[in-house]
Design a protein around this ligand. Structure first.
Ligand SMILES: Cc1cc2nc3c(=O)[nH]c(=O)nc-3n(C[C@H](O)[C@H](O)[C@H](O)COP(=O)(O)O)c2cc1C
Ligand SMILES: [Fe+2]
Ligand SMILES: [Fe+2]
Length: 393
């Protein structure tokens, strides 16, 4: 529990144990599920936390409000990392009313069998008074689900933004950011955005437009630090990511069974690094421990303008982990990237052609035919310098 202002307390939890977020995305630095109390004549709780943290969550709430009951539970977002303890809260506080919008209602019923008389349904811009201060509600559909909204506390210029402006990584004892906090979280914020929200660039842009009318002094998101000192940096990063804007650089992503495609990927990375080109390399087949796989690859696809993909030919097609990566690009509506494919084969190549076909379906700029090389890697078969010339021209 941490007091953030005279009225606001952070009552969320850190999760160091979960291995994969949404069953997919590695969490080397953990994740936080943030929840906030707004303490006035009435007490409002903004979102809950993931299942398994019942005791810690209730302790945090009690520490903040000294055993007083929670009057309102604002449900900004129904994904279970924030909504899992709704039933538990309804049991703990028999008079508690949920504040939610119309799109949330069927989800509340379906997940928690919540009866209508326990819900105060709010619409766009509606305000609910807590006494001296009030909360208003603003819909930001598809950031990250259709029912998603943010809660605005005008008396504190604070937005409770849900997943928007969230990041992977547990939070420090002091959840409020220092000057250097943004730099510490930047990579995990990009990975969070690209993995979780990456498909919804247009809705994120609409949400940013909506928020730009508010004099925001504090962002309380559901994952990661509370942003006060880095608001401009955080908002402009989300703006840039949701416009799919990138910098010059190369993201090499490959899968390899026996190391030949891997050796080619490494040779190209060495060549690009020697030329001073920003370059990230991701092994999708999990041969290198500590690899983030598709999750890390997506992060760097959101950073760099060029994607180089390596896959051996596998049953006349693309090696499955690489196919999954290509599908992940498509699912995120990635556009405006430059693309090059390579890979080893043994009797008849087809992965490179198929990769190029998928890339052209996404309207990527295809940089040459790509290079399929037979059997083992060698410098003669895979001329990294010539390929670098082709990629960089
Ligand atoms: C299950 C399996 C299926 C394969 N299918 C093909 C194929 O359809 N066409 C081909 O030319 N090579 C095929 N190969 C051979 C690989 O492409 C070849 O061994 C390549 O060098 C592997 O590259 P790597 O060392 O990067 O894993 C297959 C290999 C395996 C293990
Ligand atoms: Fe979410
Ligand atoms: Fe979330």
């Amino acid at each position: 529990m941490q007091k953030i202002s005279d009225r606001i307390y952070s009552v969320g939890v850190n999760d160091d144990d979960k291995v994969l977020f949404e069953g997919l995305w590695p969490l080397p630095f953990g994740v936080s599920y943030n929840s906030y109390i707004v303490d006035d004549e009435k007490v409002a709780l903004i979102d809950t936390v993931e299942a398994g943290f019942e005791e810690e969550f209730l302790e945090n709430i009690n520490e903040a409000i000294g055993g007083r009951p929670v009057d309102y539970l604002v449900v900004n977002h129904m994904e279970p990392d924030h909504s899992s303890l709704i039933s538990y809260m309804l049991e703990c506080y028999p008079d508690l009313k949920i504040i939610a919008n119309a799109k949330t209602l069927p989800m509340l019923k379906g997940y928690h069998n919540v009866q209508d008389d326990r819900v105060l349904v709010v619409s766009e811009g509606q305000s609910v008074s807590l006494g001296e201060c009030s909360l208003s509600f603003h819909m930001i559909p598809m950031v990250h689900w259709p029912e998603t909204m943010v809660t605005w506390l005008p008396e504190e210029n604070t937005v409770f933004s849900g997943d928007a402006f969230g990041t992977f990584g547990v939070v420090a004892d002091d959840i409020v950011d220092a000057e250097e906090t943004f730099d510490q979280y930047r990579d995990e914020m990009i990975r969070y955005y690209s993995n979780i929200v990456g498909k919804y660039g247009t809705p994120v842009q609409s949400a940013l437009k909506k928020l730009s009318g508010l004099p925001v002094k504090r962002i309380c998101s559901t994952h990661g630090p509370v942003w006060e000192k880095n608001i401009e940096k955080v908002v402009s990063l989300y703006d840039k990511l949701s416009r799919y804007e990138v910098e010059r650089g190369v993201c090499i992503v490959y899968g390899s069974m026996y190391g030949n495609t891997a050796a080619a990927a490494d040779a190209l990375a060495v060549e690009l690094e020697a030329r001073g080109i920003p370059c990230a390399v991701h092994d999708l087949a999990g041969n290198n421990s500590g690899e983030l796989g598709v999750s890390g690859a997506l992060r760097d696809v959101f950073k760099y303008d060029t994607i180089v993909v390596g896959s051996p030919t596998y049953n006349n097609g693309i090696f499955p982990p690489v196919e999954t990566f290509m599908a992940a690009l498509k699912a995120r509506l990635i556009k405006g990237r430059r693309f090059y494919a390579f890979g080893s084969y043994t009797w008849s190549p087809s992965s490179v052609n198929q990769l190029n076909k998928l890339a052209s379906e996404m309207d990527f700029q295809i940089l040459g035919d790509g290079l399929a090389f037979p059997q083992s890697y060698s410098r003669e078969k895979f001329d990294a310098s010539a390929i670098a010339d082709c990629i960089l021209k």
